[in-house]
Write a protein that binds this ligand. Structure first.
Ligand code: ZN
Length: 307
């Protein structure tokens, strides 16, 4: 079998990669609406490398959302993480923050995270959508739904499924104590979610102000039909092109390598090793819970890994 390689680009290296099917997200019903579109998964797997390109550290961070971004520069794609840069703030709150448990707001945490991005010359990013007449939030499911994400993450009926997937994605770095620690922090946050998430509507205005042109406006409705978790460093999915080539069907793309890289950038000291683990754990936990909020669990899950 020929070894798959990344498409050639200005910084592309011929890294052998492969795509591994991990079945459906779940065999029980999740709360979200997006459902299996009966895509030919094997055909997607065979062709997936075609849609992975070198990520550009100077391009704005993207959400896992698979909808069309009319301003996306296909030659300069930032990595995909849930909620973009503001989304990382919740992971920091749940995994790392040592503040009083009854203090803090998502708005303040996001502001701190955006400043951290800028201090480290990372390009933050976030998005609205063009459906704002139909929903109350800012248009990013990974931010609008954060209170639901916390509720789902701490739901006893879903926790086994949640832990199974987090463990699958984290592999040998899964640590049950860290998992339970983040879950405990989420439970405390759930008890005061009205206060914590109160002013999240202003987060994208803040992002726009601190990092001009970092906020995208995604077009149309959600049609994600699969989830790809990408472990190949410095690569990301060309999401517009994927949807264009699949009759408008979209993919959730999560660049898990970026969460590890961000942890190493924000928490670089040897003494911060535990915090790095906890940050990545929280980020992966939030990603799975976000998928629980957005999908019914029937979407196929693929892992794109170094070969
Ligand atoms: Zn989003």
């Amino acid at each position: 079998m020929p070894t798959p390689t990344l498409p050639r680009g200005p910084r592309a290296k011929p890294v052998p990669v492969r795509t591994i099917p991990l079945g459906k997200l779940a065999d029980k019903r999740w709360p979200g609406k997006l459902t299996d579109a009966r895509l030919d998964v094997q055909a997607v797997i065979d062709d997936l490398d075609h849609y992975y390109v070198p990520s550009d550290t100077t391009a704005k961070t993207r959400c896992i959302d698979g909808r069309h971004d009319p301003e996306l520069d296909e030659n300069h794609l930032g990595p995909q993480v849930p909620g973009g840069a503001p989304g990382a703030a919740l992971a920091h709150r749940l995994g790392v923050d040592a503040d009083d448990l009854t203090r803090g707001t998502f708005h303040n945490d996001a502001e701190t995270m955006i400043h951290s991005y800028l201090r480290h010359s990372l390009a933050p990013g976030g998005h609205r959508d063009d459906q704002r007449d139909q929903n109350d939030g800012i248009g990013c499911g990974a931010i609008d739904g954060l209170d639901t994400v916390i509720t789902v993450m701490t739901d006893p009926d879903l926790v086994d499924d949640h832990k199974r997937l987090v463990r699958t994605l984290m592999g040998s770095s899964f640590d049950r104590d860290n998992y339970l620690r983040v879950l405990g922090a989420a439970l405390m946050l759930r008890a005061r979610e009205d206060t914590y998430f109160a002013d999240r509507g202003g987060i994208l205005d803040l992002l726009d102000r601190l990092a001009p042109n970092s906020v995208s406006v995604l077009e149309g409705g959600h049609r994600e039909c699969l989830v790809v978790v990408n472990f190949v460093p410095d690569t990301t999915m060309a999401s517009n092109r994927f949807a264009a080539d699949h009759d408008g069907l979209q993919a959730f793309g999560y660049d898990i390598w970026r969460s590890r890289q961000l942890a190493e950038t924000l928490l670089p000291l040897p003494s911060q090793e535990v915090d790095r683990h906890r940050f990545v754990m929280a980020r992966v936990m939030i990603t799975i819970a976000t998928l629980m909020v957005l999908t019914d669990g029937t979407l196929p899950l693929l892992a794109h890994v170094p070969g």
